[in-house]
Design a protein around this ligand. Sequence first.
Ligand code: GLY
Length: 383
Amino acid sequence: MLTEKDKRWIEATAEKINCKMAWVSEKSKEKIPYTTVNGTYDSYDSSDKSYRISEGLNWWTNGFWGGMMWLMYHETKDEKYADIARFNEEKLDQCIEDYYGLHHDVGFMWLLTAVANYRITGNKESKKRGLHVANLLAGRFNPVGKYIRAWNEWGSDNNKGWAIIDCMMNIPLLHWASEETGDPRFRHIAVMHANTAMENFIRPDGSSEHIVEFDAEAGGKLDTHGGQGYEKGSSWTRGQSWALYGFILSYMHTKNPAYLDTAKRVAHYFIANIPESGLIPIDFRQPKDDIWEDSCAAAIAACGLIEISKAVGEHEKNLYLGAALKMLKALEAKRCNWTEDSDGIVENCSEAYHTNKHMNIIYADYYFMEAIFKLKGEDIFLW
Ligand code: GLY
């Protein structure tokens, strides 16, 4: 149960988001931001590759800005937000046209842009985009191993058998496609992938692997990899968040209680590891004295915990809601920048334990906003 004090904090935080987004959206309306450079949003369209060499328009995060704009449109009914979201959506058409370079993260990219647009406005072109990329995602399914293959080849790596826990967040696109078309094929793939993830990624203690390697020809689990976490066998916190939120989303789409149980098991592991500060490390098993945090993990997990709290009985709700509030309040008090010094809001986001750390990353802002609007109780469901 939210207290009166919690409700006042939620209202005040939503107001801070409104104030910040009013000017950031105006300043960035022709960008698709990923991070900030000296406080100003960069843009991950193909014209600007100066900051990173390998990613352009098909960078997996390129739907979050559009998603933020749809959240703001829903919150304010200000058409300017819808226009910016449409700009993001239309820019991504080039990725569909190019095809090469597309990957398993089409759910992140198009659920928050085209599918959001279709859900909110009924736009037929947007529906077509959503169905098109749902077919691309379904085409990545390996029917022998029953998993959606992650990424594409890079260098000489043979990663044909790799699946990652993050992909639990892409499969809602398949549920949407089945709901829209009445054709259960997409849902069957989503369910088979989720079942494979439940059996092969979630460890007995409720933590999750990041990468599981399957035999791409014969099926069967071959190995696990530490991926973006500290090391093999460690516990990359964003991966825990993808599992937590991903399984409760699968439950919401299917009502299969096994997914709710799995989301709760991951949540219990996560909650047991939240530090006193409420700030989340990059990996729950990184060396004890490390200062490295990942605010994205906190914001994503908060969204999942709020959804779990809605799915469980009265006596359980507070466990999940309380943990979500603890992390969100810690982020708001210590890691949110509400000034005009930076276009980004949430700070101390980290790409991976061994790469870029303590920066702005667009989806921390997206999930922080989503969590606050969920708590306000007037949110729009985009997954
Ligand atoms: N899905 C990739 C990441 O979380 O960094």
